[in-house]
Design a protein around this ligand. Sequence first.
Ligand code: PA5
Length: 466
Amino acid sequence: MPIPESAGDSGTARSTDRLLTIDTGNLFRDNVGAEGVAHEELVQFAPELHRVHAELVTKSAGGLDSEYACLHLATTMRDALPQIREAAAGMKEYRDILLIGIGGSNLGTKAIRHALKPEDDAPRASADASGRRLHFIENIDSYHLERLFRRLSPGTTALLCISKSGGTIETVVQYLILRDWLTRSLGAEEARRRQWVITDPGHGWLRERVRAEGLASLPVPPQVGGRYSVLSAVGLLPLAALDVDVDALLQGAADSAARCLSPDPQENPALQLAGLYYLLEQRRNKRISIMMPYVSRLRLFADWYCQLWAESLGKWQGPRPAETAAGSLPVRAMGAVDQHSQLQMYLESRHDKMFTFINLDRWDHDFAIPLDAPAQRGFPYLEDRSLVDVIHAEFLATRQVITDAGHPNVTLGMPVLDAHALGQLIDLYQRTTIYTGLLYGINPLDQPSVEKGKKLTIQYLQRSAS
Ligand code: PA5
């Protein structure tokens, strides 16, 4: 059942041939049998969906001051683009940009960079046409830092430190080491000029450093949390420094938002997806939610989705020890690679999985398959076929076997691989995640257990120091 392309009027210019297609047909019983949702079930669930839609509308009223401020970034960040571009121009003076941040502070940027400006040589950092390279400093890894110090020169390097809270230990310690490296080589003033900070506008250790040292900085709106922040300066600044079309990214998100205005799930793709994912988890025991793009460049988008889904929805419903956990475990798979790895288990293990395929409609590049006589004899069906034909056949075949095995699955079709389509995917999944959290009756924006871990790490450091 494809979801219609237009719902409501957003006031933004959009062209329907650039919108994602969302085919939820294989989530229903008609196509996958008993493991799917019955159409009447979704109809009966409408009051719940209306409830969560109304809650989302209420909690996002008030723009960037509202609880769901993240849903306004697509429109409000347009005004900040000149400032972001100015900061990006400053950064572009340096060949190597070290982005220090973790979790929501870098996963979105990594996903979009990988999709649109991918690294050309896996373990090395990517270099764009001008030779500029963006390096991600996230996990604490002395091997990685040592290697960077050997390869980089302070003279061509700038730092971009991103942390909403301004105090995440992995980010802070690596920032301190890298600042010190620059300062020892270039002197305090020159090192200061090569630092940019993105953090909360009012609070936190990083904000204090910005004030005390006059560092260049951009704010993350106070109500916007890490994994919902990619459309703020958190993602826009490093992506603008890589010449990603950030206008198109925001426009894509705005175009997606415009499809999600209705309380009717047939007219609101995020609401329909949330309802179906929720019903499948709660009533059909689909405890695992697998995202499987058939485009290698979306591998890190699936990572971004995994963080968003897991950290937002993996929560207890009500106070412990109520044994009713919320959420399905997000898992990333890659087509066609995981056909040769995970697929066997997907097909023959428990019926506890649902699938989200992402398929690309139009590839920018394709290759004819040159068949010499032996190849023609071995693979006659490849006559007049191209590489894109092959990956497309693999996608159709895998989806078919998964459907035939009775596993619910949805297909998102990307018209092209560009910033506009990625903006749509980001908005669609942020909204779907929030709606799903509201269906579970949990707060999709917090991460109480992650916070506990952060505090305990500090206690362990205190103990070992004493
Ligand atoms: O989504 C979240 O809130 C987290 O994943 C954070 O992004 C992560 O813990 C890093 O936090 P911060 O941006 O405060 O350094």
